[in-house]
Structure formats: structure tokens, C-alpha cells
Design a protein around this ligand. Sequence first.
Ligand SMILES: C[S@@+](CC[C@H](N)C(=O)[O-])C[C@H]1O[C@@H](n2cnc3c(N)ncnc32)[C@H](O)[C@@H]1O
Ligand SMILES: Nc1nc2[nH]cc(C(=O)O)c2c(=O)[nH]1
Ligand code: SF4
Ligand SMILES: [Mg+2]
Length: 225
Amino acid sequence: MDTERAPFLRITEIFHSIQGESTRAGLPCTFVRLTGCPLRCVWCDTEYAFTGGTRMTLDEIVEKVDAVGTPLVEITGGEPLAHPNAFPLAARLADAGYTVLVETSGAFDISGLDPRVIRIMDLKCPGSGESARNLWSNLDHLGPADEVKFVVADRADYEWARGVIRERGLDRAVVAGRLGALLFSPVWEAVDLEDLAAWILDDRLPARFQLQLHKLIWGADTIGV
Ligand SMILES: C[S@@+](CC[C@H](N)C(=O)[O-])C[C@H]1O[C@@H](n2cnc3c(N)ncnc32)[C@H](O)[C@@H]1O
Ligand SMILES: Nc1nc2[nH]cc(C(=O)O)c2c(=O)[nH]1
Ligand code: SF4
Ligand SMILES: [Mg+2]
């Protein structure tokens, strides 16, 4: 295809690292970080992906992922689903045999994603400043492989998340296997870890406590890991 006309995306970075989040934390993973996000979570650790980036065709992206040669690939950002070509990219990577994770804010319709793609969807808590962007209809499109994540800045965020989980039956969905996992992640260094653990245990939530493993390994300010 003529490279000038071929479908493309703006890419901040493609890197090979240890998956730091989700139920796949600890596994080698290739990350494709798309440039640009229309949200502004107050605690965002990836502001460097809001602008800039390099224009790459989908062919070039797949080639670079192939060159790394790891079976697990995550498309993240920025906000991947703000970019229409993220959808064909995810399908192309699934066609190529990769296990494809898409990490999304939940602000964009996920229903057009290839069914083979595993969705890790944040529900933005009030402390992020972006709660109003949650697209609640996305919950109807999640399945047994998908994960819902709450990144909590304080007790008020935790209580909000607990309310959402109970009122929308996400706890029952996880226990019944209709949803893959519920994740609680502290905003980095904002919440006492013992407190968050105690809250989850006290409430008997069927949720997974997760830390950003890559920050424990390489520090919070290292980019490209
Ligand atoms: C940088 S975002 C990119 C994907 C998408 N825009 C989203 O928000 O899900 C990747 C993940 O990092 C999380 N994250 C960003 N800043 C964080 C922080 N300071 N502490 C903990 N998690 C953070 C986000 O909530 C999201 O789950
Ligand atoms: N190692 C590592 N694991 C991650 N899992 C999700 C990430 C993200 O920024 O979306 C991320 C990241 O930035 N680095
Ligand atoms: S949606 Fe994701 S990339 Fe965008 S500001 Fe929030 S955490 Fe950062
Ligand atoms: Mg990250």
C-alpha cells in the first residue's frame, strides 16, 4: 500500500517490559503507547504521551511488535480508543496470534473492539477529576476475559468504587465468571497501602489489589518501562 495513504497512528513509544498492571502483571509484554488523550486525570503518570509522537503505519507498528517477539501485547496511551485506527490495529495484532490487551479510560465506546481483545477498563473515580467521562454503557460490552479497574486516590474514591461495584452487580459478575476481574490500584503514593488492603478485606470485595509493579522495579519516573 502507498505509505502516504496507509492507515496510521501517532505513537509515543513501543517498548518491551514486564507487565506492571492487571491480572497479567509480571509477564513480559510489548507495549504500544498511542499519542494523545482528551482526558486530564489529575494524577496521570503519562502526560508525556499527550502530544508529540511519531506517525507510524499499522504495518510499521505490527513489524516493530513482531521484532520484539513476545506473545503478549498491550495497546495503551494516551487514550487508545480516542484514535479510530486503534481498532484495526488491535484486530491486526490478534490476527497475527498475539494476546492483545487494550488499556482504556472507559470514556470511549469499546463495543467496536475485536472480540479477541482483552479490555482493561478504568472507571474513573471522582478524585481523577474525570468521572463525568465514564461511558456506563461500556459495562454491557464486557465479558469473562475483561477487567474493570478503579484507580483510587483516597477513601472517598474507594467508597465510590464500592458503590459502583455493588449497585451495578460487578461483584456478582466476577464471582459468576461473567467478568474477568475487578482491580483496585492506588494512585501512586497517594494512598496508604495497608489502608486500601484493609478496606477491600473488610468489605469482602472479590477484587484484586494491584500495584504498579514496573514502578517498584524501575522507579516512578522512568519512561519506557
Ligand atoms: C496512562 S493510562 C493509559 C490508558 C488509558 N488512558 C487509561 O486511563 O486507562 C494507563 C493506566 O495507568 C493508570 N495511572 C495513570 N496514572 C496513575 C497514577 N499516578 N497512579 C496509578 N495509576 C495511574 C491509569 O488509571 C490507567 O489505568
Ligand atoms: N510495565 C508497564 N506496565 C503497564 N501496564 C499498563 C501500563 C500503562 O501505562 O498503560 C504500563 C506501563 O506503563 N508499564
Ligand atoms: S485517561 Fe489515561 S492517559 Fe488520559 S489523563 Fe487519564 S490516565 Fe492519563
Ligand atoms: Mg503506565
